[in-house]
Design a protein around this ligand. Structure first.
Ligand code: AHR
Length: 498
């Protein structure tokens, strides 16, 4: 029996902010070094030290915003170590991530150059845990002040005449944990103090972002909103999907069974409850929804690939990750009245990466393909879609079998994204398409699916999992019937014909 739904094409529910498709790149493992930065004299094709294959791939998915330099690294990062001639830059130990030497060759100028090449917005995360107010204040002055001042002169002496435009600035990261192990009351006061000196220079308006809670820490959200809400433009949320829920043994990225598949998707679906409950607290203090909720770390976290450095957090990425990405985007769409940015952890070679590299080789992961298929929703109008998603049951537990959202873009095309969470059975979905005043529609589709739950791409077989044209649908009398393959992410485009 088909799952029944209604799509109201004339019922817009607000804009899906393009920044929901943002990324996060930290000085961690091989994300920045090798994954993005290879130095100018590298045999790997690069522009100003930044590898060109990775830039091209990220431009293809229209990366809107990139968060840097951390993560936990942010609260140990001293930005002045990463400016000036690269041979003179301070070498430090990356204590959080593998104890490796950080040579600071990738610093502020290089990050801004990366954002220029990508055509995306920078999101800089400042240091509260081990940095001073002066240091944070001077970083903002260095980047954004155009007049005469010590920091703008320092920037000019390092080769950059014009200030950069920086909209997003985070005041600390995980200050309840690696960023200083603070209590919410203490951080709320520190936040108020630090943000005072994050100045708006020369018409550059900074969006001040407070460190928000770890997953379901509602107390943290309550205290921050109550004590510091009026001083912030946004607050963050971090939530990772662990198949086992156990940090000491999270489960493997490949070679898992259906029990792990089910638990992983169930754990990802928890994002909906988390966002709903945090929004309720935010609504109490900010009923006009002025403050954004930014989920600036999300994604799967598995045991590292056997034989790799534990502190580098390198993991493979399978069809399961594709489903996690698709259903998480659908959750973010649904909450786009408050969730106005999200940043997957992380862009290259770390956690739920969209790109993996091995020396000069690069592959795109199943998660990358979901970003590509969902980019049509960036800045589109969310549409009302109700669906009885049916259930996918496993060993006495159940989750929805299908997750779906739809939007209308600025030329009037309708995009429907459907995830079939059931890896064993196809799902038949029937949507009543309303609100198009009798216009006929041209429908096209793509799907991402595989024959195995842990299907993934390798450097030897880079195209194992990639989107295919999809035609298992029928539109008749305003009723769109779709057969979703097992374990699939499907994108349909409906073009009203003149
Ligand atoms: O993304 C990896 C780490 O996870 C980040 O550095 C930290 O903020 C979080 O705990």
């Amino acid at each position: 029996m088909a799952l029944q739904g209604i799509l109201n094409a004339d019922f817009g529910k607000g804009t899906i902010n393009r920044n929901i498709y943002g990324h996060f790149s930290e000085h961690l493992g091989r994300c920045i070094y090798e994954g993005i930065w290879v130095e100018e004299d590298s045999p790997i094709p690069n522009v100003n030290g930044i590898r060109s294959d990775v830039v091209e791939a990220l431009k293809q998915i229209q990366i809107p915003v990139l968060r840097w330099p951390g993560g936990c690294f942010a609260d140990e990062y001293h930005w002045k170590d990463g400016i000036g001639a690269s041979e003179g830059r301070k070498r430090m130990v990356n204590t959080h991530w593998g104890g490796v030497v950080e040579n600071n060759h990738f610093g502020t100028h290089e990050f801004m150059e990366l954002c220029r090449q990508l055509g995306c917005e920078p999101y800089i995360n400042g240091n509260v845990g081990s940095g001073t107010v002066q240091e944070m204040s001077e970083w903002v002055e260095y980047m954004t002040f155009g007049g005469e001042s010590p920091m703008s002169e320092l920037r000019i002496s390092n080769g950059r005449q014009e200030p950069w435009s920086v909209t997003y600035f985070g005041v600390g990261n995980e200050n309840w944990g690696c960023g200083g192990n603070m209590r919410p009351e203490y951080y709320a006061d520190l936040y108020r103090r630090y943000q005072t000196y994050v100045r708006n220079y020369d018409g550059n308006k900074i969006h001040r972002i407070a460190c928000g809670p770890n997953a379901g820490d509602y107390e943290w959200m309550e205290v921050l909103m109550r004590e510091a809400g009026r001083f912030m433009d946004a607050i963050t949320l971090h939530y990772y999907t662990l198949p086992t829920g156990d940090w000491s043994d999270k489960g493997p990225a490949t070679g898992f069974g259906e029990a792990d598949w089910f638990r992983t998707l169930k754990s990802s679906l928890f994002m909906d409850e988390l966002v709903t409950r945090h929004k309720t607290i935010m609504d109490k203090y900010d009923p006009d929804k002025r403050i954004d909720l930014i989920v600036d770390e999300w994604g799967t976290w598995y045991n590292v690939e056997p034989g790799t450095v534990p502190g580098f957090l390198y993991q493979q990425n399978t069809m399961r990750d594709a489903l996690v990405a698709g259903l998480t985007f659908n959750i973010f769409h649904k909450h786009s009245d408050r969730v106005r940015m999200a940043n997957i952890a992380q862009t290259v070679n770390v956690l739920q990466a969209v790109i993996l590299t091995e020396g000069e080789k690069m592959i795109l992961t199943p998660t990358y393909h979901v970003f590509d298929m969902y980019k049509v929703h960036q800045d589109s109008e969310l549409l009302e879609l109700s669906l009885d998603g049916g259930t996918y049951c496993f060993e006495g537990s159940e989750i929805p079998a299908v997750s779906a959202t739809a939007s209308k873009d600025n030329v009037g095309k309708i995009h429907i994204s459907l995830c079939n969470l059931n890896p064993m059975e196809a799902s038949l979905v029937s949507l009543d398409i309303r609100g198009l005043a009798g216009k006929s529609l041209l429908v096209t589709g793509k799907t991402l699916t595989a024959g195995k739950i842990d299907a993934h791409n390798t450097f030897e077989q880079p195209d194992n999992v990639k989107p295919q044209l999809f035609s298992a649908f029928e539109l008749k009398d305003g009723q769109l019937t779709v057969t979703l393959p097992p374990m699939s992410v499907t994108a349909l485009e409906l073009t009203p014909e003149a």
